[in-house]
Design a protein around this ligand. Sequence first.
Ligand SMILES: NC(=O)C1=CN([C@@H]2O[C@H](COP(=O)(O)OP(=O)(O)OC[C@H]3O[C@@H](n4cnc5c(N)ncnc54)[C@H](OP(=O)(O)O)[C@@H]3O)[C@@H](O)[C@H]2O)C=CC1
Ligand SMILES: O=C1OC[C@@H](O)[C@H](O)[C@H]1O
Length: 667
Amino acid sequence: MSLRWGILATGTIGKTYAKALIDSPANTLVAVGSRSAEGAQAFAETFPDLALTCHDSYTGLINDPQVDAIYISTPHTEHAAWAMRAMQAGKHVLCEKPMGLNHAESMAMVTCAARHNVFLMEAFMYRLHPQMTTIVDLIQSGEIGEVRHIEAQFGYHAAFDADSRLFANHLAGGGIMDVGCYPMSFARAIAGSEPLEIAAHGQLGATGIDEWSTALLKFENGLAAQISTAVSLNLTNEATVYGSKGSIHVPNPWLPLDDKQNWSFSIKRGSDTEVISGHSEGLYTIEADHVAQHIAAGNTQSDILSWQESLHNALALDQWRKAIGLSYAIEQPGSHRGPLLGTLSKPDNRISHGSVANLDKSVARLVMGCDNQPSMSHASVMWDDYFEAGGNCFDTAYIYGGGSMEALLGHWHTARGIREDIVIIGKGAHTPDNFPHIISKELDISLQRLQSDYVDIYFLHRDNLDVPVAEFIDALNDEVKAGRIRTFGGSNWSLERVREANNYAASKGLQGFSAISNNFSLAQMNEPIWPGTEDATSEAYRDYLQETQIALMPWSSQARGFFTPWAGQVIADSGKENLVVTSVQPTIEELKRVWFSQDNFTRRDRAGELAEKYGVEMINIALAYVLTQPFPTFPLIGPRQLKETDSCIESLNINLTQADIDYLNLL
Ligand SMILES: NC(=O)C1=CN([C@@H]2O[C@H](COP(=O)(O)OP(=O)(O)OC[C@H]3O[C@@H](n4cnc5c(N)ncnc54)[C@H](OP(=O)(O)O)[C@@H]3O)[C@@H](O)[C@H]2O)C=CC1
Ligand SMILES: O=C1OC[C@@H](O)[C@H](O)[C@H]1O
């Protein structure tokens, strides 16, 4: 059966794709959606033989039951929201490049496709064409030896128009997003790996977009790529790959076909030059056929343009833009455009809640760590998703990101108007400033950054043994009285000092520590990860928490990757450093130093056995262990990707037995 398409947006490429569908028996164009009735009508009149259903809104098209698949051909800034709406309505999606505005949006899109079990592909049509698949095959079979250098360009001169999608800041104009994404994907495809470093120069014009730019990419084994792009400059628009035994020159890498639908490139070895050529279907027809075949086979991803491929390209484009200082206004904290779909869905109850003494709000059992966000866009996607799953508790600190994490959180909740629905954990008085009089000074600044007049739970970030506990408790009670904190506790405080602090508070009728935020996880630290940190793992600490029912809000509750397959690879000596998605990430050095011990390996093995028994991942067991204690726990989680949040949520549904816990405790 032919796949029934709707085209969403009636611009240049929308029309090109419509023609491609007409040429393909596997596909039928049945409908079009435009922001206006006139737009849809005009488009339909271009294809009078098709009797297209016209929708005067994108929503109308998305809800059209005749349509199986939607082609998103809006400007870049609109891709994510409309693709996600279409997928939520059960439609398959082919989305124009670049798929999302940045890695965060692309991640939201692939997660949406996975959750709704629909096909999603980024429309890098040249990657599917036989010219490119032949080049990749030749490289992989070693025809030009080891690849050492790549040059690729895609750039053209367009007349400056501040309102056009090529130059407008609010439409994410500029060379990198429009055509620089092609040479980036080409270099990565040829290298067969991700760039280790990206350096770049870019010329930002009057609208703040890159009018031209060149990036230098360093890959493994000394392979380098130089890629260029422009919207204000005609470039050669060719690509050359240099290897130890020869080179490949591609005169038309992106739009390979001439007017007779022939393509060709050359391969040079010594003084011999061989021309490789072919004849093919239209470029976009090949793309449409590729989508139809994959959907017919029940696939949700393309084998060539997989979700991973799109995510990695997006990450590399983010790095290119970062290297030239290009962030669009709609990506910046103060002017960020907010939730991807325009509204934040009402929280559901996938994340259960508990209570913390002296706090009148319930608190999510999983606390979102806010220490590692690379951008407002990434934070928004992660935090919106967590909030929609029922999560309401956010952990941040005066020192995180030099204050930028508090500021992101402030912008985020303010833009959504949800301050009273969430619990903010703030921390301050970190070494070397861990003195009582610092608390109020830092709070002044933190509250400003957080755009709030209070934090719900305040932790002393470190202890200072030279200061009597009474002085801390008195200063904290002053802040409670002033209404700037609701409740408080100690982070990285020893049991002895916590007892002392709470005994003092009780003796004076003051509020004491309602919560502790030390490390606690299934694996136990060999040594503190960071100076001055403490765990709450000893039997005495556990007994105290059980007896007092003080809430434990443990950091590194999943032992920073020790229970992931990555650690498995490091244990087997084949692990590589993680691809950098967030600004703070565990390293192999830290993993080995802090968590590698015989007892932890045994705990890991046992978690693996229980994971099989419960049909989950090892890391789910590790988190379920923290959640299943005889005292209230609210583990801090630090997901770097949406699928990691999902994985954390899954742990809430695991009911470990006492026998399981004993087994994990090595009893
Ligand atoms: N793969 C390829 O070969 C190519 C890919 N592209 C990609 O396709 C997408 C669209 O490019 P292109 O067709 O050239 O763009 P156009 O400007 O020609 O068309 C974009 C269409 O998007 C709709 N639209 C929605 N919101 C806006 C807005 N705020 N401003 C302007 N238009 C809006 C309009 O359709 P309506 O009025 O019907 O709603 C408009 O006609 C881009 O992401 C681009 O990167 C572009 C060219 C080639
Ligand atoms: O993807 C594209 O390829 C062709 C270019 O002309 C166009 O501007 C761009 O969006």
